[in-house]
Design a protein around this ligand. Structure first.
Ligand SMILES: C[S@@+](CC[C@H](N)C(=O)[O-])C[C@H]1O[C@@H](n2cnc3c(N)ncnc32)[C@H](O)[C@@H]1O
Length: 354
């Protein structure tokens, strides 16, 4: 597990026209207030302050042992030649059971094995040029940020988790633009997290020595990166989750969790999001539609099996999140980014926790 702080990317920002929410949902722009209650067996989660600090930036504050640290950092990017054997990975992570909140976001042994087998494929959507591709039509400006701008009060002074942060571009932009108190970017791909860490280090180094930013905990000091799998190895681990975030960003990642960890993995991830949110917290969800899954269905055997066995589809996500099994009480449509590529015109929804 690694954490660090990052660097902003200098962008030529093009402000597009205001976007309207015209997405044709099965239940369009529904505002729901239900008595969704948390399932009683589910307890909440660990405090953000319990995350260990970066072994790169702040060795003294490293809260995991060197052995645990090296075990975690040995798992490779799926796109890089593995530096360690799958046996070692599974032995190490198989023995590791999180005993404290500090050690919660560990890798799944299975994901390490899969990465080795399919190292040339981006089986987790862990594209190493994601933002270059996604944002190239907008001069590398991500138009989702314009939508967030319209809801900036949702982010101001908030503690945020960005699940599947890739190389950290959105994480950093949110940290910079919206005066967030803190933001944690989490990704399953260590190589991408390292890229993000390097960016933030560069950004910090560019500051004058006596910068006031550190004391005020403003960007880039409000950003942290963690390498880990958001999908827990066992649902029993949900029992030790505690509320620690005001906002969770879940952007363009549901498909990858779904394909790799199946219906149950995704449902567990949704439960975890709810549990990690404080009262009055929000989940910002940009889910891929099901017709977006097909091209990837044969990437690995596991993905193929999960795909064939799917019974829980994106059209069910909203009802599931609002059901008593999860507990969100209301949903709003934030909007649909007017991306030039149809595949990226995905609705962004806000789910509210009471
Ligand atoms: C398509 S990218 C989306 C990046 C970013 N959220 C955005 O929308 O700009 C999906 C990211 O999710 C990460 N990811 C996939 N499965 C994950 C998991 N189980 N836990 C953490 N990160 C995961 C991938 O490595 C990849 O970087």
């Amino acid at each position: 597990m690694e954490i660090s702080h990052l660097k902003e990317r200098e962008e030529h920002i093009e402000i597009p026209n205001k976007r309207k929410c015209e997405y044709n949902f099965e239940q369009p722009n529904k505002k729901i207030a239900r008595d969704g209650k948390n399932s009683p067996e589910i307890i909440a989660l660990a405090a953000l302050s319990d995350y260990p600090q970066s072994p790169i930036n702040n060795k003294k504050e490293l809260a995991i042992t060197p052995a645990e640290h090296s075990a975690h950092t040995e798992i490779n990017s799926p796109n890089k030649k593995p530096e360690t054997s799958p046996d070692k990975i599974s032995k190490t992570s198989g023995c590791f059971f999180p005993q404290s909140p500090k050690k919660r976001l560990e890798f799944a042994a299975d994901s390490g094995k899969q990465q080795n087998k399919s190292k040339e494929k981006f089986i987790y959507g862990n594209y190493n040029q994601y933002y270059g591709y996604r944002n190239k039509d907008k001069d590398f400006h991500d138009i989702r940020l314009d939508m967030f701008e319209e809801y900036k009060d949702l982010f101001k002074e908030k503690q945020i988790l960005d699940i599947g942060c890739n190389s950290g571009f959105i994480t950093m932009e949110v940290a910079k633009k919206f005066e967030v108190k803190s933001i944690v970017g989490l990704d399953i791909d260590k190589h991408l997290i390292n890229q993000a860490i390097k960016s933030i280090i560069r950004h910090k180094k560019a500051l004058p020595l006596n910068s006031e930013l550190k004391r005020s905990n403003k960007f880039p000091f409000n950003v942290t990166f963690v390498h880990g799998n958001y999908v827990l190895r066992d649902a029993v681990l949900l029992e030790i989750e505690r509320p620690q975030f005001d906002v969770i960003l879940c952007l363009s990642i549901t498909k990858w969790i779904h394909l790799n960890f199946g219906d149950e993995g995704l449902k567990m991830a949704f439960k975890r999001m709810f549990l990690q949110l404080r009262s009055k917290g929000i989940l910002v969800l940009e889910a891929q539609p099901f017709d977006n899954y097909g091209r990837r269905k044969k990437m690995t055997e596991t993905i193929h099996t999960n795909y064939k066995n799917m019974e829980f589809f994106p059209k069910h996500f909203e009802d599931f999140l609002l059901s008593p099994e999860i507990g969100f009480t209301k949903v709003d449509l934030m909007g649909v980014p007017d991306h030039c590529k149809k595949g990226f015109k995905r609705p962004i929804q806000i789910f509210y926790k009471e």
